[in-house]
Design a protein around this ligand. Structure first.
Ligand SMILES: [Zn+2]
Length: 446
């Protein structure tokens, strides 16, 4: 007798977590011989009343009644003090450009304080960026300063709920106080205008990691989407890494070429992070990291934080996104120039983004967890985290993980996958706290 796997019935765990009850049992299409789940391949017939779907459902419900309350207790215990730390969210430019307010709950974009609270999101590294292809070089530095200023002002205006953090101890203290920790990061070495003096000033202003390059190669490092002119890091890129170590600023290797990551890992005395990178072994696209690079990052104690971009999670989604991107960007540019001073233009942009996102194959948060699981199995749960890239991925989010309020589904997902509480704590946030603390220790020794 054969038990075909695709006949498996399973309980709706998601619904259970949401409501505390199971009222629905999902089931894949049963055997073609109606009324039976088991099919005897040899005799080509179905037998025995005990295999009828209702009996199986009853048995599963009985099992669930015993197991699920314990699982729910465990979840609630875990959530009481769990630190969820996202390594990369790009909201600050909206504070500056669109008057987006942290304190108000929105039906668009992916982060605000009410939704952080709902999602138990305790700490965020906010990205400060000016994409090299979108701004002339003379605007990069002032733009970065303005976006950082907008972040700091927005945080200062909501001190009762959120506080600017610069150390691992800050993150822990703020989290223990029941508020959220906001941290700042720079996305792309081009933002410091080739100057270590500018880097030091950004450190003084509270920036605690910098991505060595963004979408284009710069004087420090080859970008994985730019021209490979340095064969990895340039000599000044190596000097930059040493200065970041000296300051206690984390080196972020997302966006840079594989060779540049290996060079940065070799040069750095502190662990490095990939603040928002997914896994090439699952989705073989240019922006993702191969296993060899993930192993190198882990070998230095670092962390790979998985990016939620639907196109980075799934190759089929990426192909559609990539093919449509020029047309999408053209439409957005046209709308922005035609409606230059119209406050409604941002909603027009979002409508274009939604239109193109709808053309992409659907992905969901379970696929995102597969990326996490891959890294955890490859190098251990101490070396994986989350760097959603929310508000930087044009709304291309996986189903079930549409904004920061959905973070608990990832906790439940990791529980269902068999991760221990200790591992879940590490993955959800403590790995990032550990690398921050280690970078601070390395800096203190110099
Ligand atoms: Zn990025």
């Amino acid at each position: 007798m054969r038990y075909p796997e695709d006949h498996a019935a399973f309980l709706d765990f998601e619904q259970f977590y949401r409501t505390g009850f199971v009222t629905r049992v999902q089931e894949t299409p049963p055997c073609q011989h109606a009324g039976f789940l088991f099919h005897d391949a040899e005799s080509r017939g179905c037998h025995r009343w005990i295999y009828c779907p209702l009996m199986r459902v009853f048995a599963l419900l009985l099992l669930a009644a015993c197991l699920l309350p314990a699982q729910q207790d465990r979840y609630q215990r875990l959530m009481r003090d769990l630190l969820i730390f996202d390594a990369h969210i790009d909201t600050p430019r909206y504070f500056l450009d669109e008057g987006y307010r942290l304190a108000a709950e929105h039906s668009y974009y992916e982060l605000d304080l009410p939704r952080m609270k709902k999602g138990h999101l305790g700490a965020v590294f906010f990205g400060i960026y000016a994409q090299p292809q979108d701004y002339p070089p003379q605007s990069w530095l002032p733009r970065a300063l303005e976006v950082l200023d907008a972040l700091r002002r927005e945080v200062a205006a909501n001190q009762d709920q959120i506080e600017f953090a610069t150390t691992a101890a800050d993150v822990e203290r703020i989290h223990a106080s029941g508020r959220r920790a906001a941290l700042a990061s720079l996305e792309g070495g081009h933002l410091i205008a080739g100057s270590l003096g500018v880097l030091r000033m950004f450190h003084q202003l509270g920036v605690r990691y910098m991505t060595l390059a963004h979408f284009a190669t710069n004087g420090f490092a080859d970008s994985m989407t730019g021209d490979p002119v340095h064969n990895g890091l340039s000599p000044s890129g190596r000097a930059l890494v040493r200065e970041m170590n000296r300051l206690g600023m984390l080196v972020d290797v997302s966006h840079i070429s594989d060779k540049a990551v290996l060079d940065a890992v070799a040069e750095s005395r502190a662990p490095v992070i990939a603040s928002h990178s997914s896994v090439k072994a699952i989705a073989p696209i240019v922006r993702n990291m191969p296993d060899k690079v993930i192993r190198a990052i882990a070998s230095k104690g670092g962390v790979v934080c998985i990016n939620f971009h639907a196109g980075y999670l799934d190759e089929a989604a990426y192909k559609v996104y990539y093919a449509n991107r020029p047309a999408r960007d053209r439409e957005i540019k046209e709308v922005l120039s035609r409606h230059e001073n119209d406050p409604a233009r941002w909603e027009m942009v979002r409508a274009i983004q939604r239109k193109y996102f709808a053309k992409m194959p659907k992905t969901n948060y379970r696929l995102l967890l597969r990326h996490v699981d891959h890294v955890a199995k490859l190098v251990g749960p101490a070396h994986v985290g989350f760097g959603s890239d929310f508000d930087g991925i044009s709304g291309m989010v996986p189903e079930g993980m549409e904004d920061v309020s959905h973070y608990p589904v990832l906790v439940k997902g990791l529980m269902d996958m068999g991760y221990s509480d200790t591992d879940i704590r590490s993955i959800m946030g403590l790995n990032l706290v550990r690398v921050m603390r280690r970078a601070e220790e390395v800096a203190a020794k110099q």
